[in-house]
Design a protein around this ligand. Structure first.
Ligand SMILES: NC(=O)C1=CN([C@@H]2O[C@H](COP(=O)(O)OP(=O)(O)OC[C@H]3O[C@@H](n4cnc5c(N)ncnc54)[C@H](O)[C@@H]3O)[C@@H](O)[C@H]2O)C=CC1
Ligand SMILES: [Mg+2]
Ligand SMILES: [Zn+2]
Length: 277
């Protein structure tokens, strides 16, 4: 048995047993034991199953996703969004659900060929949808996004999007565009969002962000020039904050928080945080 969570395998839907998670537009089904249910039990419930996907192994046991058309009422159970599982509870289980959500969304959105419109089929032994007419394969979608902590000595540049929880400020982020390197994207996004120029760009680490399919590439950069001018609509407010007077910050498992905590730790000589994968 290999401990932990391994996502690589496709599983045989006809084989009995294993664990299952159920997902609807309301999130994942869970009870007091969490979101993993014995698969045979879950399949006996009155669920509008749209698709079933083998998604991996947890501590050697196969795990399946039941993708539902609508959230069902199951006695003793309720529904919770992926974000709730990210904010609290077991990190490995959150990884299982994050992967399940990405596979479920991708398979649902690739039922038909984007080129000819014909129905696509799941490729055996590969995580891909296939159109026979076009010989076209579609793989799970991942969107590279850059995220950066810009610093100027004891001051760090944080901003608020109108979508954030009230009061919370975070690092700048944005999706990479075709033709860009991560560093090009960083320079463009910082310019667009606050009209600041940066230098000494350093890659710090990456994190899967399954909301819905980002791959966050985390950087540190030093301030070079410019006064903050927040981008209309996208950025509600942006400021330099002294590291001793910080506003409410993003969730502790986010790479945004890691970039901030790592800078503080290095600046203040504290133990360095670990980036949750
Ligand atoms: N893990 C973390 O700590 C953090 C993660 N993020 C994530 O980073 C990602 C990018 O951040 P934003 O500031 O929202 O991006 P952004 O600055 O590029 O602006 C968002 C806009 O980009 C466009 N867009 C949406 N999806 C896209 C895609 N797949 N490719 C290209 N453009 C797209 C839309 O017009 C959207 O309004 C988001 O998924 C966000 O949730 C953001 C902050 C912290
Ligand atoms: Mg942004
Ligand atoms: Zn096609």
């Amino acid at each position: 048995m290999t401990p932990g969570w391994i996502t690589t395998t496709l599983l045989d839907n006809d084989a009995p047993g294993g664990w299952a998670v159920a997902r609807s537009r309301e999130g994942f089904l869970h009870d007091t034991n969490g979101p993993l249910f014995p698969r045979e039990w879950l399949k006996r419930q009155d669920l509008a199953v749209f698709a079933e996907h083998g998604i991996g192994h947890l501590d050697g046991e196969p795990v399946y996703l039941l993708e539902l058309n609508a959230p069902a009422q199951v006695p003793g159970c309720s529904w919770q969004g992926l974000r709730g599982f990210m904010l609290q509870g077991d990190h490995t289980l959150y990884k299982v659900l994050g992967y399940a959500a990405q596979i479920g969304t991708w398979a649902r959105e690739h039922r038909f060929c984007g080129s000819c419109g014909q129905a696509m089929v799941q490729v055996p032994r590969e995580r891909a949808m296939y159109c026979q007419a076009c010989d076209l394969r579609s793989y799970p979608r991942i969107s590279p996004s850059m995220i950066v902590l810009v610093t100027r000595g004891d001051d760090i540049l944080l901003a608020r999007s109108p979508r954030f929880v009230t009061g919370v400020y975070s690092t700048l982020a944005g999706f990479a565009e075709p033709g860009e390197s991560a560093e090009d994207c960083l320079i463009r996004e910082v310019r667009e969002e606050v009209q600041v120029e940066v230098k000494n760009i350093q890659y710090m680490g990456s994190q899967c962000w399954p909301f819905p399919h980002s791959m966050m590439l985390g950087f540190h950069a030093e301030y070079a020039s410019g006064d903050i001018v927040p981008q209309a609509d996208e950025i509600e407010d942006a400021q330099w904050f002294n590291i001793h007077e910080l506003p409410p910050l993003p969730a502790s498992r986010s790479i945004a928080r890691y970039l901030i905590d790592l800078y503080l730790a290095r600046r203040l000589g504290h133990a360095e945080p670990v980036l949750p994968g």
